[in-house]
Design a protein around this ligand. Structure first.
Ligand code: NAP
Length: 288
């Protein structure tokens, strides 16, 4: 945390519930310090029933912006003055900018995913992708992938949610093939046999349930796949260990976290984000 907080300090908040394990305060405060910016990022735990008050309060308290995390990313949209077109399509906000007294909602998760995917050496153009999960993060991932000509199959435990995702996005991306199926060991096996990339957007395997994986124990892991796990805590999930053991390439979720944060940082400050500093701070906090 910066020690010289004063009346001119620009405040940015993190609104979620619970948020005690978030890496974002350390990541952003290190970035502000690295660029010598008079900004401070504060955790703001807000229970669902107080979300409206908290969002309106950002304006009254003079915040320059905020991040929004679980469970508020979708509900927050109804308290904002504007959202960007891609945020509207995704249906989830993870960053707010207060500009000329207006609350503007952004989704930077999709950009974070695309940058991290490219950093991991994977070009989605023309590829077949299987996405596990159909929540807010899955919508950002499918939106990002659909910027390229891709074939995406969304597998979800609750099939209706995956169907809704495909129905919403298909008209927006006519060049892409988007399909939904129930998430079962059989659909997973069949769909990944021909796929190039598997993206886990479910929280399965996240700390403290580190011995869990969305990939069943008794199903051989296809060595030809690249696996992107959005879970970043632990850094190497059980799914990534299964992939590594089969000779498949794995990409962890920390890069996406850093790059969605970098995009939000640039919106709030107008400065280029010090991505290396953000990686170091996030990794350091993760290991503690
Ligand atoms: P969400 O909206 O609650 O969606 C969760 C999805 O996971 C739903 O499709 C849900 O299926 C599925 N799911 C949950 N538990 C499951 C289980 N035991 N077995 C099978 N499917 C299960 O959450 P979200 O906002 O999309 O976030 C999902 C994950 O992505 C979280 O772990 C979050 O931390 C991570 N994330 C990471 C980043 C990053 O920067 N790395 C960014 C955003 C999110 P149902 O529809 O059947 O409930």
């Amino acid at each position: 945390m910066p020690l010289n907080i004063n009346g001119q300090t620009n405040l940015v908040g993190l609104i979620g519930y619970p948020i005690e394990h978030s890496l974002s305060p350390a990541m952003h405060n290190s970035a502000f310090a690295a660029l010598n910016l008079n900004f401070c990022y504060v955790p703001l735990p807000v229970p669902p029933e107080r979300l409206g008050e908290a969002i309106t309060g950002l304006r009254a308290l003079g915040f320059v912006g905020a991040n929004v995390t679980v469970p508020h990313k979708e509900a927050v949209m109804s308290y904002l003055d504007e959202v960007t077109p891609e945020t509207q399509a995704i249906g989830a906000v993870n960053a707010i900018v207060v500009r000329e007294d207006k609350l503007i909602g952004y989704n930077t998760d999709w950009q974070g995913f695309l940058t991290a995917l490219s950093e991991g050496g994977f070009d989605p153009q023309g590829k077949r992708v299987v996405v596990l999960g159909a929540g807010g993060a899955a919508r950002a991932v499918v939106y990002a992938l659909a910027q390229a000509r891709v074939q995406v199959t969304v597998l979800n435990r609750t099939p209706a949610r995956a169907q809704a995702l495909v129905q919403d996005f298909s008209p927006l991306f006519p060049r892409c093939s988007l399909v939904s199926l129930p998430f079962t060991p059989q659909t997973l096996e069949v769909q990944t046999a021909e796929a190039h990339l598997l993206v886990n957007t479910t929280p399965v395997g996240m700390w403290p349930e580190v011995d869990q994986s969305p990939w069943p124990e008794d199903l051989a892991f296809p060595g030809h796949l690249t696996v992107f796990d959005l879970v970043y805590n632990p850094g190497e999930t059980k799914l990534l260990r299964q992939a590594r053991a089969a000779g498949a390439k794995g990409i962890g979720g920390l890069g996406m976290l850093v790059h969605q944060g970098a995009a939000a940082f640039e919106l709030w400050t107008g400065e280029k984000a010090p991505v290396e500093t953000m990686y170091e701070a996030a990794s350091r906090t993760l290991r503690r």
